[in-house]
Design a binder for this molecule. Structure first.
Ligand SMILES: [Zn+2]
Length: 274
């Protein structure tokens, strides 16, 4: 099954960031991650409204293919989309992003409508299958629909033509199904290389969106890097599980309670990354 952008066995367990001690230790993805942070990406392409630097570190999710990509560091080049897993902002917001489109929980639509949640859905065509009606309804109640490839391959290392076909192909699908042209792209498993960034740019993508926090199937939060607590600007990934202990609506409700306790609200990612 294609669903599941690696909740368990995915990016999060490659990034055992230890709170307090040696936050960068053990990441093993510094080559890829360092590039974005050093060059202060995020400002040049309009990512982030906040004053803080260090946007767009992409160290966390590296996917099952491991940290050693074929093309080395991703130095942001002109015209290449920034890679973000956290938005530098002082606004008390976090961003809810849902992957794949496998879980079609009608109560989730009610929740998004009732609570007016500006969530982002990263859709894979082959996973969504005939379920486009569900996502059209979600969109009508305030969700945004974004690109997560046609077939959910691990893109890193694939030739340009193949990567471009996956990304541009899904752009075309989303355009024809919903009349939209997404600006955000999430690579499956969070794994990508410089070719991905080039292909994404050529397909009209403005930013590549990873995540720092994962909402697991049982409702707990795991962190790919940094402090093990929610912070303003965090991008939270909600992977689609096979048969998660809690439904999408239940997991989201639990998270909303936690956000409330911390004085955080759900922000619209497109307002901060564009
Ligand atoms: Zn996925």
């Amino acid at each position: 099954m294609l669903a599941g952008c690696g909740p368990s066995g995915g990016p999060s367990d490659t990034g055992p960031t230890v709170q307090g001690a040696g936050t960068k230790a053990g990441m093993g993805t510094e080559t890829e991650a360092g590039a974005g942070a050093e060059a202060g990406e995020g400002t040049e392409a309009g990512v982030g409204k906040g004053p803080g630097g260090g946007a767009g570190r992409s160290s966390g999710p590296s996917g099952p293919s491991g940290p050693s990509g074929p093309s080395g560091p991703n130095r942001p080049a002109p015209g290449r989309p920034p890679v973000v897993d956290h938005v530098p902002t002082r606004d008390k917001v976090v961003f809810l992003t849902y992957d794949d489109g496998a879980e079609r929980d009608p109560r989730f639509i009610d929740l998004v409508r009732r609570r007016r949640l500006p969530v982002s859905m990263f859709l894979t065509d082959s996973v969504v299958g005939p379920g486009y009606g569900h996502f059209a309804r979600l969109r009508s109640v305030g969700a945004s629909l974004q690109n997560h490839t046609l077939d959910h391959p691990a893109l890193r290392g694939l030739p340009y033509a193949g990567q471009r076909a996956e990304i541009c192909g899904q752009q075309r699908k989303l355009t024809s199904r919903f009349g939209i042209r997404p600006h955000l792209f999430r690579p499956p498993y969070g794994t990508y290389d410089t070719t991905t960034l080039r292909a994404a740019a050529d397909c009209g993508i403005k930013a590549v969106v990873l995540w720092r926090v994962t909402l697991e199937g049982d409702g707990t939060l795991t962190y790919t890097r940094g402090a093990h607590r929610l912070a303003p600007g965090d991008i939270i990934s909600v992977p689609a599980g096979e048969t998660p202990p809690l439904t999408l609506a239940e997991r989201t409700t639990r998270l909303l309670r936690e956000l409330e306790e911390r004085g955080l609200k759900v922000g619209r990612l497109e307002d901060y990354v564009r």
